[in-house]
Write a protein that binds this ligand. Structure first.
Ligand code: SF4
Length: 212
């Protein structure tokens, strides 16, 4: 990535971090995912229960591997295989000390915009886990809420559909068909505009392209 783009990302991130503060969410910026992951790890007490929502960003950044290899009580969603195990896992995950996720988009005003199929990921963002740690590449920044949803449904969703084989219009055409299919990933569209609880949501912006 060119230095000019890095400089622009750093400036944009500084502005978003100020807007997050107004929303009672704490923002950080790191040039690289490696630096962000190292810092985040240094802030989590050993033995904390940690879990996460589905996210390419968490995998690409190295955050997932770091959690799995760290000295934490790891609640790994991928170990739940049956429907019953998944239900039990989702119920347990709301009681985690730390919940990790990315955001589908973040606006220049600091609003988080997320789209979910099952709803378990946005449920944990809204309420439950003591701390929510969000990692987001600067490719997730959008001008405003109005532009966030089309960006998610026409960029992120087709890629997620291909990954998860949802059999939705976006898997077949690469574009949103505003579907109501059984595998629809857009059941919930959630805007987080403020955190009522102090010190709960932390957003780590990263000067790399991560996830979709
Ligand atoms: S509404 Fe349906 S077609 Fe559109 S992005 Fe969501 S899952 Fe894909």
């Amino acid at each position: 990535m060119s230095q000019a783009k890095k400089d622009a990302y750093a400036l944009q991130a500084a502005s978003i971090i100020k807007k997050l503060e107004k929303r009672n969410m704490e923002g950080f910026y790191f040039d690289t995912a490696k630096d962000a992951v190292e810092y985040i790890l240094s802030t989590i007490p050993e033995g904390s229960s940690v879990t996460w929502g589905g996210s390419e960003t968490l995998a690409e950044s190295g955050m997932l591997d770091a959690l799995k290899n760290g000295n934490f009580e790891v609640w790994d969603r991928d170990l739940a295989k049956t429907l019953e195990e998944k239900k039990a896992f989702y119920q347990k995950s709301v009681g985690a000390d730390y919940f990790f996720m990315s955001t589908n988009a973040i606006t220049l005003e600091g609003e988080l915009v997320n789209i979910d199929g099952n709803g378990n990921r946005v449920a944990c963002l809204i309420h439950g886990p003591e701390h929510v740690i969000i990692l987001a590449g600067m490719n997730k920044v959008v001008p405003d809420i109005k532009s966030a949803v089309p960006r998610i449904q026409n960029c992120a969703s087709p890629a997620n559909a291909a990954r998860l084989h949802t059999n939705t219009p976006c898997e077949k055409t690469g574009c949103c068909g505003d579907c109501h299919a059984p595998g629809c990933m857009c059941c919930e569209i959630v805007v987080t505009r403020h955190s009522r609880h102090n010190d709960r949501i932390k957003v780590f912006l990263i000067g790399e392209e991560l996830g979709f």
